[in-house]
Design a protein around this ligand. Structure first.
Ligand SMILES: [Cu+2]
Length: 329
């Protein structure tokens, strides 16, 4: 395939290899995810500021799908053959990179070593080998596109154990069971970045993508200043005696530290692999794209405030905080 510079939608598009071919070795899938693109989304912060968001839509219902942030989750079972059908239509180039999954290079969605998808559709074929917590994101002008919100959760469940009662949920084969699940993708937002165009910096100009000054700190797409404390699907409501699995995803660029309001977490897996032995830290520090699977079994009713601190990558100073709650009744 010739490496050509595309004229692109914006007339000045460097380092884009748009000639995506048919997927090699395409076989019938067990699961299909259809994804489109939006670049006209927004979220409203607790102080009223509206920030532009880009992401993937779920186009399986026909049409373009809604503008969800984070993008709609994918959930598959270990060993399944999965197709992610990315249709960019007449949008500029994007990809889907299933972070932590290990597909062939043609299906890895890393534009610079395979191809960007510019115009039309590409089917990513992949097969998860390890149960755990992952996420998917765009890998075109990655520093910007991931910041703009082009990511979603990717959960790989183990094959159900035939000796388990039906409906039993496990973090991984032979791993701990859980009753309640939280998926917390923690991220920081620098509003200045969210005004940049799709190809900002790709032609070599300095557009400031080395200078991150976040003003907002979010949990799974919701402002962690106040809203995430009670947001449905983020704040956890459980009863005493239940077991909670927190799937913690560091979706930002600054290092983060999470604490669970006095609850003791048992970290059972990281980055899609079980730990040899669980660890019981009082806090967990995570770097960009790291994931930690944490089991929590509260021993008393109450409200526990979960705190995520975002630390400057050079000074280590805490530059922001996001919070949510675990309510145990
Ligand atoms: Cu993109």
């Amino acid at each position: 395939m010739a490496m050509t510079k595309s004229s692109g939608g914006m007339g000045q598009t460097c380092y884009v290899y748009p000639g995506h071919p048919a997927t090699p070795g395409l076989v019938t899938a067990d699961v299909v995810y259809n994804r489109g693109i939006y670049m006209n989304g927004s979220i409203t912060m607790d102080d009223g500021t509206v920030v532009t968001i880009w992401g993937y839509t779920d186009t399986s219902g026909g049409g373009m799908g809604g503008n969800q942030f984070p993008s709609p989750a994918m959930r598959v079972t270990e060993g399944q053959i999965v197709h992610t059908v990315l249709s960019v239509g007449n949008m500029w180039a994007h990809t889907v990179h299933h972070h932590g999954i290990e597909p062939s290079w043609q299906n890895d969605g890393v534009g610079h070593i395979s191809w960007d998808v510019e115009g039309g559709t590409y089917t990513y074929q992949w097969r998860p080998a390890h149960a755990g917590t992952y996420f998917y994101h765009c890998h075109v002008n990655t520093v910007l596109h991931a910041e703009m919100g082009m990511y979603g959760a990717l959960i790989v469940d183990p094959v159900p154990d035939p000796n388990d009662p039906p409906g039993t949920k496990r973090a991984f084969a032979g791993g701990p069971t859980y009753d309640v699940e939280a998926i917390w993708a923690c991220d920081e937002i620098d509003p200045a970045w969210h005004t940049l165009p799709w190809n900002a910096g790709t032609c070599g100009g300095d557009v400031g993508l080395n200078d991150l000054n976040p003003k907002y700190f979010i949990i799974t797409g919701v402002d962690g200043a106040t809203s995430a404390l009670t947001a449905p699907g983020i704040a956890v409501n459980m009863t005493l005696g239940q077991t909670l699995l927190v799937r913690y995803i560091c979706a930002g660029y600054f290092p983060q530290r999470i604490t669970f309001g006095g609850l003791t977490a048992t970290v059972v897996a990281s980055d899609g692999r079980p730990l040899p032995t669980p660890i019981y830290p009082t806090s967990i520090e995570a770097c960009s794209a790291e994931r930690y699977d944490c089991i929590l079994k509260p021993t008393a009713t109450g409200t526990y405030t979960v705190t995520v601190e975002f630390m400057h990558w050079i000074t280590g100073a805490v530059v922001g905080t996001a919070r949510t709650r675990i309510n145990v009744a």
